[in-house]
Design a protein around this ligand. Structure first.
Ligand code: ARG
Length: 459
């Protein structure tokens, strides 16, 4: 039997394989609520412009509510033969209300319909993304505040570089997730134009009111070009782009948690609630949530590349290729929200080990730069010469098996005769971090300013 939507043109129905490759109902049923919401708004507009009678519009509105409740309660029979969510809903509406159901699609196409449904869904995800980021930023702020002046090693190349504060390190992630937040808000504002009423691609000859449906559905305005409206998936790509960058940030933090929670580092203890044990090694407490965050970002990057690839060769306007947009975004959004929530839980629950951090901060000649700076500031040496003298002292300490503050003054003076005991002031890690008061620097006074300004910004 031929199709009930386009059976007029077709003598035969599709091959089973055609149906299998063509149908999207298996996944786009997730757009049911958005589809019904878009249809409700469209029908209301058709009545208000006199294209539909109030009586038909009312029958459609009530019928759609019945369909929605059937779907929500799990009573709805989804049909693969009906291809997608749009035709499943419309076919059921016809069963319930009869003839007026056939008038709903006036001045509309599945092309603007699917773009509208998907935009409504992605818009909700942007909002959830925003909420998740704010919650996570607050978790990092809490950690930063608790340890604004705790010292830890700062690394480059994962080699000890200079002492920094725990608060400063936490605030670095606040900056990263803060940029994600601004990307999300920016993209959310840009995507909020309604495609509904673009119809198949060219607009429609019916006197529809696109401003009315745009407003009804919470869009800022109707999109200005009907060809673009049905062929644009930038909103999904911007979601995946922002998600990818955020996922990369999550993964870097996850990697730090894996390293920091190891017995070799002992920088943090993760809570039992966000760790797992081993079935054979009784001592084990594994940072599985961090590892899974690190791994799951691959799916988000993958979705981004997949959809970019789907879109890149499409002539205007709609092509069926675009049906491949949804699964990628659904999967990426699900995994992003889960990763944000898991990271939030881990960061809130983790306990920084202040003693280990401080011990590590002072090892590895981490204040060598402070020593070189002292030689410049106090003895007036050129920095290059100071660097060389300090390097000689580091080699001496390494030879003696001690750290820089443990070298005697006589040892120091054997390398440069004018060194005096005030040099020891700058070799301590607390003095080191306190001295880095340049804007954006690691000094606790600067860190506390950063915390205060972020708290103000989030109000
Ligand atoms: N299931 C389709 C999709 O997800 C809906 C739009 C179909 N439009 C069309 N002209 N065949 O993209």
């Amino acid at each position: 039997t031929s199709n009930q939507m386009w059976g007029g043109r077709f003598a035969a129905g599709p091959d089973a394989i055609m149906e299998a490759i063509n149908a999207s109902i298996g996944f786009d049923k997730r757009l049911a609520a958005q589809d019904i919401e878009g249809s409700r708004a469209h029908a209301a507009m058709l009545a208000s412009t006199g294209i539909l009678t109030d009586k038909d519009a009312e029958a459609i509105r009530e019928g759609l509510l019945t369909v929605l409740s059937e779907i929500e309660s799990g009573d709805f029979q989804f049909s693969t033969a009906l291809e997608d969510i749009h035709m499943n809903v419309e076919a059921r509406l016809k069963e319930i209300i009869g003839e007026p159901a056939g008038r709903l699609h006036t001045g509309r196409s599945r092309n603007d319909q699917v773009a509208t449904d998907f935009k409504l869904w992605v818009r909700d995800q942007f909002d959830a993304f925003e909420t998740g980021l704010i919650t996570l930023i607050e978790a990092f702020l809490e950690q930063a505040e608790a340890g604004a002046d705790w010292v830890m090693p700062g690394f480059t190349h994962l080699q000890t570089a200079q002492p920094v504060t725990w608060g400063h390190h936490m605030m670095a992630y606040v900056e990263m997730f803060g940029r994600d937040l601004s990307r999300v808000r920016d993209a959310r504002a840009r995507m909020n134009e309604s495609p509904l009423g673009a119809a198949a691609l060219a607009g429609t000859s019916f006197p529809i009111d696109r401003n009315m449906t745009a407003k009804d559905l919470g869009f800022d305005r109707p999109s200005a070009n009907s060809l673009d409206a049905v062929s644009d998936r930038d909103f999904a790509l911007e979601f995946l782009g922002a998600a990818s960058i955020c996922a990369m940030h999550l993964s870097r933090m996850a990697e730090e948690l894996v390293i920091w929670s190891s017995a070799q580092f002992r920088f943090v203890a993760l809570s039992d609630r966000f760790s797992t044990g081993s079935s054979i090694m009784p001592q084990k407490k594994n940072p599985d949530a961090a590892e899974l965050i690190r791994a799951k970002i691959g799916r988000i990057f993958g979705a981004n590349v997949a959809l970019m690839t789907v879109m890149k060769g499409l002539p205007l306007t709609y092509s069926k290729d675009m049906q491949e947009d949804k699964e990628q975004v659904f999967d990426a959004a699900d995994n992003l929200m889960l990763a944000l929530a898991a990271m939030n839980g881990m960061v809130r629950d983790m306990t920084a080990n202040r003693e280990s951090l401080e011990a590590a901060a002072g090892s590895g000649f981490s204040t060598a730069t402070d020593l070189a700076d002292w030689l410049v500031r106090v003895l007036g040496l050129p920095f290059r010469e100071a660097h060389h003298i300090t390097g000689t002292l580091v080699a001496m300490a390494e030879g003696n098996g001690c750290d820089l503050p443990e070298l005697s003054l006589a040892d120091m003076q054997s390398v440069h005769g004018e060194i005096n005991e005030t040099v020891y002031d700058v070799l301590g890690v607390h003095n080191s971090v306190a001295s880095r008061m340049s804007y954006g620097g690691t000094a606790p006074v600067r860190v506390r300013e950063q915390i205060a300004s972020w708290k103000e910004a989030l109000k």
